[in-house]
Design a protein around this ligand. Structure first.
Ligand code: 1HN
Length: 351
């Protein structure tokens, strides 16, 4: 009780004489005590990140309209940003560290080469025939594929197919921008080099070796085909009927560590009719439904996700996933801030 009363007795800014406050400001000084509880809330953080659902059905027509309104030359990247109103739409954040955008590339279009400090991944949502060239490696895009464009690597997108191609971009831009470390460099079209990481590393357990010399590339695998991730989930589910969370992590196949430095990426299968309560952890999470239909409960909110829908959950919040179908599995792509929290030493799992 004594502790509790301590929390209510801190002085307010208004308690200070005006001339004193003005003199503090003139000297670029700020009293801590009126803001102490705001920067260090009791017990758990008070996130700006709100639970938000972006249905693809209503987003898609607006993205296609952007295709008519804005030629690729005027956009460079034709993207509608999935912005969390809790942060203010203009901040273009889904959470503290995650940026999400739906990008459209039309047949024959080309999004020119550049490289930048924020890390990106793309989760392919719709269409065939587009590709992204990352560090000289031409990566074809198909539904559910995950393609990395890690910090500093050249990347450009092209499209030789017939229909629109859409993908979900996930970047750590809000964090890198906050760090005042965000910038880009424009480049020339890349020359495609022979060899593909997704083929070289397609058979887990064996990795390319140059006369006993393992690859020293920081990012040996750039494309993670959905057919492989899906097959791994199906096999896990079939082999281990007792396994509660049928989940795989996207990792660097040389080191086994997270595929990128700041954000983590995972694929989850929900068995027919399965409900899965996720542990309450410090990092915020993003869910994108690849296949099926699920309900996502985030504290008091419940979102009915259809295929290609995306939603986000703040950290320190209970999340419940439920497969609405009792006949078919559901497949979810998850992005979160776990690598960042672990590296900074602020990761928590409250069970
Ligand atoms: C970017 O480079 C891409 O290369 C997409 O496709 C979205 C959002 C912010 C900053 C850079 C891309 C981006 C981006």
């Amino acid at each position: 009780m004594q502790d509790q009363s301590r929390f209510d007795t801190l002085g307010r800014l208004e308690d200070l004489p005006l001339d004193y406050r003005e003199e503090l400001a003139r000297q670029n000084l700020v009293p801590l005590w009126p803001s102490l509880r705001a920067v260090l809330p009791a017990g758990k953080p008070q996130p700006n990140t709100r639970p938000i659902h972006w249905p693809y059905e209503t987003l898609r027509p607006l993205l296609m309209q952007a295709g008519e309104l804005t030629p690729i030359e005027k956009a460079e990247r034709r993207v509608l940003v999935l912005a969390n109103p809790g942060h203010g739409l203009e901040k273009m954040q889904a959470s503290a560290a995650m940026y999400l955008g739906m990008q459209l590339l039309l047949p024959g279009e080309w999004a020119p080469a550049h490289r930048h400090t924020p890390n990106a991944v793309r989760m392919i949502v719709e269409g065939e025939g587009a590709y992204t060239t990352v560090d000289g490696e031409k990566c074809p895009m198909s539904r559910g594929d995950l393609i990395l464009t890690p910090t500093g690597l050249w990347h450009e997108h092209g499209h030789d197919g017939d229909g629109p191609v859409v993908w979900l971009d996930v970047l750590d831009l809000p964090l890198v921008y906050y760090m005042e470390a965000s910038y880009h460099i424009d480049g020339e079209p890349q020359t495609v080099k022979p060899g593909r990481g997704d083929r070289a590393y397609a058979r887990a357990g064996v990795v390319p070796t140059q006369v006993f010399q393992r690859s020293n590339k920081a990012y040996p695998m750039l494309r993670y085909p959905w057919v492989e991730a899906r097959a791994a989930l199906e096999a896990l589910a079939a082999d281990q009927p007792e396994l509660e969370a049928v989940q795989v992590s996207y990792v660097n196949p040389e080191t086994g560590t997270d595929a990128e430095n700041i954000l983590g990426f995972y694929a989850l299968m929900l068995r027919p009719g399965q409900t899965l309560d996720l542990p309450v952890r410090s990092p915020a999470m993003v869910f994108h439904l690849i296949e099926g239909g699920i309900d996502v409960g985030i504290s008091d909110n419940s979102f009915a996700l259809a295929e290609a829908d995306t939603c986000c959950a703040p950290g320190y919040t209970p999340v419940r996933l439920r497969n609405r179908s009792t006949n078919s599995p559901a497949f979810v792509f998850i992005a979160d801030e776990t690598p960042l929290h672990r590296k900074l030493g602020v990761f928590e799992n409250r069970g």
